[in-house]
Each structure stands twice: as structure tokens, then as C-alpha cells.
Design a protein around this ligand. Structure first.
Ligand code: NAD
Ligand code: UD1
Length: 341
């Protein structure tokens, strides 16, 4: 199958490319590298011994996006491209709406022009907002609490409307929980710019000595040990979920939102213990006040993914930490400059 992958040079995109290429699909990446490196694609080519077509462009540029889609004529699209930092979305909401929402409407219009009817979209568990009950199932009310989350909820609605109005359309909205870890080779991984917002890359940078200590945001939550509980999902399992979702779009019409998580909550303290074990490093820490906007607990109901996609997570927290550590220790400063591989 020919698959057009927006944001394919990014963290989750690059891992998904590896699985797509290994499964024999042909891919074309569309990315402006605003949060990624061409080296990631070079390494994907190296890992898979396959070519990856690449168009450097911005999803806000409707003409360029349409030209690329019409030219590649894909059977399906996976739409990763977007901005994802919650804090930045509060400071620059219009940038987030233009990139995530307008970029997505541009993409759907370009798909219409290219006569492509199948899409898998990167949504987020953040669309649920504050838990009214746990685990979050897909029927849980939507109530995002920041501009980033609102862009995801809006795009879900837009894709759902598009699918309803488009004959033979099939869309899957994958609601990721907390993606972490790296490819087992340690050649590709998460390479955040500046200070990491998320727990796992921060812990990894403390372990490798780039940062002095981890600040744990609160130990007075109503959880097993007082620290926040999340559903961490190995990025390789997440990549597999995209292939399962692509298959699904080949056998069902309409639009479905589907959680991608393990169904298991892991606390911050438990994750630190697992990372110490995987890395053999001490990981100094301090307890600081809660981060505004954080919830105590979040984890997925996984039955819908199992039923519709025939997919379930296979890799545990130890595998997540071991692969993250391999990537971080082999690439302490992240990807090298473009040109090197
Ligand atoms: P990432 O930043 O590593 O990847 C996003 C890619 O999109 C990057 O390569 C970036 O250069 C590209 N991009 C951004 N704006 C673009 C634009 N205007 N035009 C073209 N390309 C553009 O992020 P990721 O972690 O791989 O996330 C992928 C998707 O999954 C995003 O939509 C994100 O919101 C969503 N998501 C991520 C997480 C997570 O924790 N990583 C959780 C839930 C959902
Ligand atoms: C964050 C985003 C969410 C997004 C998700 C993607 C916020 C408020 N929410 O959620 O929208 O969908 O990432 O993965 O940014 N923690 C620390 N110290 C740190 C970093 C985090 O103690 O330096 C704690 C947090 O309080 C939380 C847990 O670690 O309990 C996980 O945090 P994080 O990785 O940022 O993910 P989320 O809070 O789930």
C-alpha cells in the first residue's frame, strides 16, 4: 500500500515508518522539520534498507500539500504533523489552531483532490480532560483543558464530519496515552528541543548527566505512592497500532476514536525506579509543588482497540526504560547535525 505520512520525521512518525517499511508499504513523508531532523529519516532508511520519499513542506501551505498528495497518489494517510506542547499552546494559541486545525483541513481537502479516503489521525487522551471515571473509555465525555487539547478535539470533529460527508471514507482517531521508549536499536528516539516537558525524556536526560535532577511535581496525589499515575505506552507498540488502524480502514467505513494505551497506570516514582534499574544510574530527585493542570490518574480502557484493531500492547515498563536508555546513552545530545548519520 502507498502511505502518505505527515510529520513522519518526528518521534512517533519515525518509529511508525520503520514498521510500515518492514511490512512492505511504500511511504512518502511530508514534514517541515520544525521539530525533527532529517537524520531520523536517514536512520530509518538505514534500519530498514528501504527508501523513504520525502517532501519538505508545511501543512499550512495548502497548495504544496495538495501537490505532494496528488503526485504521490496514496491509498491512505497517517497524519502526525502538528505541534504538541501544552504550555506553548497557552502562549501561542493561534499558532496551534493554524498548524493543527487549518493544517488538518488542508490535508482533508488535499485528500479529496487526490481521491484518497483513508486516514489515521494522531489524537490524544488529553481530549478527555478531567476524569469523570476511570479507566477512560472512548465514550467518556470530551473536555480538553488547554488550547492544544482543544485543537485535537476540533480535528476529531472535523475528520468525523468529513468521513460522514465523503462516500467510502474511513478514519481512525487514535487517542494516544503517554508514548515513551525508543526503537530497540537505539538509532531513533525522542529528541526534544530545550527542556523536556514530559517525564520520560527528562528522566533520560538526568540519567545521562545532561540535567542534575528530576523534579517530581507533587507527592500528595490520591495514588499508591502520592505521585501522578499515567498509562505509558511503548512507541513501538504505538507504531504497530498504526498498522492495525490502517488495516482497519481497509475493511470498515466511517470514523472511530480508539484509545491506544496499555490499560495499566504507572506512577512517577515507579517509573524512576524502573529507569534506575534499566540505566544503572542514580537519578537524583526532589519533590516540588504540583504542576498546574495535572491530573492524579489517567489510564486507558483497551477493549475497543482489541475488538476493532485486533491490537494490544505487548511491551512493559522495563522494555520502555531499557530502549529509552539505549537511545539516550548512544545519543546523549540527540540527533547529530544534518549530513551526519
Ligand atoms: P514530533 O514533534 O516529534 O513530530 C511531529 C512532526 O510534525 C515533526 O517532525 C514536525 O517537524 C512536524 N510538523 C510540525 N508542524 C508541521 C507543519 N506545520 N508542517 C509540516 N510538518 C510539521 O511529535 P510526536 O511526539 O511524534 O507526535 C506526533 C503526533 O502525535 C502529534 O500530532 C502529537 O500532537 C500527537 N501526540 C503525541 C503525543 C506524545 O506524547 N508524543 C501524545 C498524544 C498525541
Ligand atoms: C502531558 C500533557 C498532555 C499530553 C501528554 C502526552 C501537560 C499538562 N499535559 O501529559 O496534554 O497529551 O503529556 O504525553 O503537559 N512529571 C514530573 N516531573 C517532570 C515531568 C512530569 O513529576 O519533570 C509528572 C507529571 O506531573 C505527571 C507525569 O510525570 O504526573 C507524566 O507527565 P508528562 O510526561 O508531562 O505527561 P502528562 O502529564 O500525562
Amino acid at each position: 500500500m502507498k502511505v502518505f505520512v505527515t510529520g513522519g520525521a518526528g518521534y512517533i512518525g519515525s518509529h511508525t515508518l520503520v514498521q510500515l517499511l518492514a511490512a512492505g508499504h511504500d511511504v512518502c513523508v511530508f514534514d517541515n522539520y520544525c521539530n525533527s531532523s532529517p537524520v531520523a529519516l536517514a536512520r530509518v532508511r538505514q534500519l530498514t534498507n528501504r527508501d523513504v520519499a520525502m517532501v519538505e513542506g508545511d501543512i499550512r501551505d495548502a497548495d504544496a500539500l495538495t501537490a505532494a498528495l496528488v503526485d504521490f497518489a496514496p491509498d491512505a494517510v497517517i497524519h502526525f504533523a502538528g505541534l504538541k506542547a501544552v504550555g506553548e499552546s497557552n502562549e501561542k494559541p493561534l499558532l496551534y489552531y493554524q498548524t493543527n486545525v487549518t493544517g488538518s483541513t488542508n490535508l482533508l481537502a488535499a485528500m479529496d483532490a487526490a481521491n484518497c479516503r483513508r486516514i489515521v489521525f494522531s489524537s490524544s487522551a488529553t481530549v478527555y480532560g478531567e476524569a469523570q471515571y476511570l479507566p477512560f473509555d472512548e465514550e467518556h465525555p470530551i473536555g480538553p483543558t488547554n488550547p492544544y487539547g482543544r485543537t485535537k478535539a476540533m480535528v476529531e470533529g472535523i475528520i468525523s464530519d468529513w468521513a460522514r460527508a465523503t462516500p467510502d471514507a474511513s478514519a481512525v482517531l487514535l487517542r494516544y496515552f503517554n508514548p515513551v521508549g525508543a526503537h530497540e536499536s537505539g538509532r531513533i528516539g525522542e529528541d526534544p528541543q530545550g527542556i523536556p516537558n514530559n517525564l520520560m525524556p527528562f528522566v533520560a536526560q538526568v540519567a545521562v548527566g545532561r540535567r542534575a535532577k528530576l523534579s517530581i511535581f507533587g507527592d500528595d496525589y490520591d495514588t499508591r505512592d502520592g505521585t501522578g499515575e499515567r498509562d505509558y505506552i511503548h512507541v513501538v507498540d504505538l507504531a504497530d497500532a498504526h498498522l492495525a488502524a490502517l488495516d482497519y480502514t481497509g475493511r470498515a467505513m466511517g470514523c472511530e476514536a480508539i484509545n491506544v494505551g496499555t490499560g495499566q497506570g504507572v506512577t512517577v516514582s515507579e517509573l524512576v525506579v524502573a529507569y534506575r534499574r534499566a540505566s544503572g544510574r542514580p537519578i537524583p530527585l526532589e519533590i516540588v509543588p504540583r504542576r498546574p493542570g495535572d491530573v492524579a490518574r489517567s489510564y486507558a480502557a483497551t477493549a475497543k482497540a482489541e475488538k476493532l484493531l485486533h491490537w494490544r500492547a505487548a511491551l512493559d515498563v522495563d522494555a520502555m526504560c531499557a530502549s529509552s536508555w539505549r537511545w539516550q546513552s548512544d545519543n546523549p545530545q540527540g540527533y547529530p547535525m544534518a549530513g551526519e548519520v
